[in-house]
Design a protein around this ligand. Sequence first.
Ligand SMILES: Nc1ncnc2c1ncn2[C@@H]1O[C@H](COP(=O)(O)OP(=O)(O)OP(=O)(O)O)[C@@H](O)[C@H]1O
Ligand SMILES: [Mg+2]
Length: 312
Amino acid sequence: MKEFLWVEKYRPQKIEDCILPKTLKNTFNEIIKGGELPNMMFTGTAGVGKTTVARALCNELGLDNIVVNGSEDGNIDTLRGKIKQFASTVSLQGGYKVVILDEADYLNPQSTQPALRGFIEEFSSNCRFILTCNFKNRIIEPLHSRCSLYDFNVGTTELKTQLKLDFMKRVWDILDKEEIKYENVVLAELIHKHFPDWRRVLNELQRYGMSGNIDAGILVTVSEENVKKLMSYLKDKDFKGMRKWVTENMDLESAKLFRMIYDNMKTYVEPRSIPALVVILADYSYKDSFMADHELNVVACLTEVMSQVKFV
Ligand SMILES: Nc1ncnc2c1ncn2[C@@H]1O[C@H](COP(=O)(O)OP(=O)(O)OP(=O)(O)O)[C@@H](O)[C@H]1O
Ligand SMILES: [Mg+2]
């Protein structure tokens, strides 16, 4: 099937094609050379390539794998059923199998995570586990001790610049293939703006690229125009409009969305309503880390904003 979404169409199949800090890339290349996959935990912010790397590793090592999603299949029985069914059949490729457990930090630390500890042992004869998470401190210690940790977050400015350059080259390639014209300054700005969320960069490019040309407009549409629209829905208490806006903008992380409202409140909100708005935003940002359904949390937050906050 031909992929429509660029994030899938251009998902790197090999470690070589992943944009990663050199040391991390070397580590993964060593693993491929050695031919042995340990139990691993990948941590890092959204869209940096954790799931992509997990799949690429299995791909290159020729290992059967299954991707299980912690926020969707978080129920202990579902999870167990899926893993068991996958693990108990013999691998067609011969070797052991790999369970990629995506978004493991959304698994309940009181029930599901402790149970997972048991699974890792129970299936250890023919299964390896790769856990991915955004927040490593939400994973219980016994799981940490069973996996080696690989941190995808990059620290130094130097490294960041290198990664941005690497990604820029990748984007040139993609845009050329898609026959879309672009301005380099604009690309650089866009990459800088969303770094290190590569998923976001590709999604923005695809959305804006429909017009056939990436120009400075892309930098505006992703922010100001959109904020304005949302604020007018909130002001008019237009629930339907607000919900539609949220579905269309779910590639925006909730944390960024809350921050965006916070940064813009002076322009749109009556001064005496600002304290109430701050409290609401803080409250829902906190809740967001415990909710599996971020869309629902965002809509709940905006609904409360509509009822408590006065707009100018
Ligand atoms: N390091 C990378 N090199 C090249 N492309 C990347 C990289 N990281 C992400 N991408 C692009 O972004 C898409 C999403 O990446 P991926 O699903 O691996 O992110 P993730 O780190 O698992 O994010 P999440 O925490 O949201 O699950 C990929 O399909 C790919 O197109
Ligand atoms: Mg992922």
